[in-house]
Design a protein around this ligand. Structure first.
Ligand code: RTP
Length: 150
């Protein structure tokens, strides 16, 4: 069974609004497995690395300030095609373009306060997981319900 991992974060607005449990719940109920989780207020340097591909965008400075404004709930989720499916669970980057039933489509209206982040590809997920977590913080285990979901 091929499985993969993705990096999902509840951004500072999502943490302040009490949406952490809701977001975890959606991934759990879908059948994905939580491999790592922590609350962290990321430094400017950390965020500049995370968003280095966007450094020439006009919204870059505001994005770094927003993302460093409070605790972020950083997570690693695991399962079959979790990178692509995780992005579907989150919805489109611009919440106004997100379908109802997605996290952004249900809880956000502003692209600059879009509640959550999800890796956009398997390779970037690996880079992001390495940036946000130490090896020993990511757990490897078999879930009791494994055989029922797959
Ligand atoms: P994310 O990394 O947060 O999951 O978002 P994404 O891949 O869907 O979108 P990306 O283009 O990588 O943008 C990263 C974050 O930058 C903020 N943003 N603001 N026009 C704007 O003001 C604008 N565009 C993007 C959003 O918070 C977006 O999630």
């Amino acid at each position: 069974m091929t499985s993969e991992q993705t990096f999902i974060a509840v951004k500072p607005d999502g943490v302040q609004r009490g949406l952490v449990g809701e977001i975890i719940s959606r991934f759990e109920k879908r059948g994905f497995k939580l491999a790592a989780i922590k609350l962290i207020t990321p430094s400017k340097e950390h965020l500049e690395k995370h968003y280095e591909d966007l450094s020439d965008k006009p919204f870059f400075k505001g994005l770094i300030t927003y993302m460093g404004s409070g605790p972020v709930c950083a997570m690693v989720w695991e399962g079959r095609e979790v990178v692509k499916t995780g992005r579907m669970i989150l919805g489109a980057t611009n919440p106004l373009a997100s379908q109802p039933g997605t996290i952004r489509g249900d809880y956000a209206i502003d692209v600059g306060r879009n509640v959550c982040h999800g890796s956009d590809a398997v390779e970037s997920a690996k880079k992001e997981i390495d940036l946000w977590f130490k090896k020993e913080e990511v757990q490897s285990y078999t879930q009791a319900q494994h055989g029922w979901i797959y």
